[in-house]
Design a protein around this ligand. Sequence first.
Ligand code: G16
Length: 543
Amino acid sequence: MAHSDSIIAASQKHPTVALEHGQSYKYGTAGFRMKADLLEGVTFRVGLLASLRSRALGGQTIGVMITASHNPAADNGVKIVDPMGEMLEQDWEVLATDLVNSTTHESLAEEYERIAKRFKIDFTSPAKVIYGRDTRPSGHKLVTALAAALTATGTEYVDYKILTTPQLHYLVRATNTEGTPQSYGEVSETGYYKKLADAFARALKGRKINGQLTVDCANGVGGPKLAEFLKYIPQDKVKFDVKVVNDDVLRPEILNLECGADYVKTKQRAPAVTVRHQARTCSFDGDADRLIYYQTDSDKGFIMLDGDRISSLAASFIGDLIQSAGLSDELRIGVVQTAYANGASTNYITSHLRLPVICTPTGVKHLHHVAAGFDVGVYFEANGHGTVLFSNAAVRAFRETTPQSPAQKDALDILLALSELINQTVGDALSDMLMVEVILAHKVWTLQDWATTYTDLPNRLVRVEVKDKDIFKTTDAERRLSHPEGVQELIDQEVKKYKDGRAFARASGTENACRVYAEAATRSEANELADRVARIVKEAGLN
Ligand code: G16
């Protein structure tokens, strides 16, 4: 009973709140995410689990991130990051759910001991946790609860204060690889900036970035962090003209409000404050792990380059480089998408780029896992969340292949720089933005050039309020509903009526709502199909 007394005493100061309608807490796609005032006790308990996880893994450092990303300012969330910077292993999500739903302080301590016993945890061994939070004011209270759990369990910890989510992922991996041949970078926020700035300059290889880039930071943590990063760019080598907008983090109520990547993608329109015709613009979300590019144009209207576009741009550029580097026979490239990927993008990647595409359920943890099976695994959700993973064999080949020509040397140098520029732990808006800028500079492309690679099928995403989203269960990588019974058949009947029609409904993993996606040959048909499917879901969700 190593920590029971201290856990019970500390837990009394950070109790959980019973949810309405007897609902229970669930570790979902993005950890626990909900109204911030429900999260203090939850965060305390997540601290207990993070400590157990560290001890179970021989004292490796575990991360905890406090953020509700694209959700409204009143929400917050807490999630655990595994040693190599990946999302928490799925078996442990269940343990997190059990621990958080313990009804009393005593049963919480018992559950903690049970997990410790199951994993043969030695409480005399060290445990280490590092954590960060986004700019939400509620983060203060939550980190206090987290620190109380770490103290109660004799866990060493470092509070990195305000960070983007991908920065915390970087720091976890950097900490666990420090001093090893796999060292991921200096263990500091500065180390992250230096690594990215150096790789950015090397990947550009003297190519010029074409004109100013406007960056909408969703009034979140990405604003101050981007401003900080820009100071590290070697001015003698790179001219990068960035205009930062929506970077007010002092008024929490405007976080993600009518701006940011989620707003742009869902509404398919630019935030009012960035509307400047012809400006190359991109948006981060509230914790800077999603990225969407766009431009408003008097002739063509609104051009949006979402996660699917970033994915195909990266796959085609890296694929060409691998060919120029003479490595196409050695390295396998693949693309991972979700059901939200526009049908035209999937078609372009398979038919034009001739690369394999695998579809997984929503949630970067699913995509990341599958992408890691390739030598170069490109994964992006349509919402702009994603990255490109390089296997050890790929990085070794970039580093050790002896070039036979200047062109081959260039390709190998750029590939190596990209493998350092692109965040290997998780989707990272800042790192992805730099990757896009590098590719556009090499291709000498404008956003219009990029947009002409294929034509998106018109599509619409709708959020549907339902009584209990958990009655909606899916199959086939979320492309079909298995429950409530009969609902999928109703959706199928509607889809059949539309040319190039495709639609699906799924329960959100981050909000108490269902999402409906529809695409069809024309905008009005896509809208109509989305409305019809949303009505079916609304009706089914009344019970
Ligand atoms: C999180 C996940 C993403 C997912 C998104 C929306 O993003 O990390 O993988 O696409 O939620 O999920 P859902 O539709 O299930 O609510 P973020 O940026 O909010 O952390």
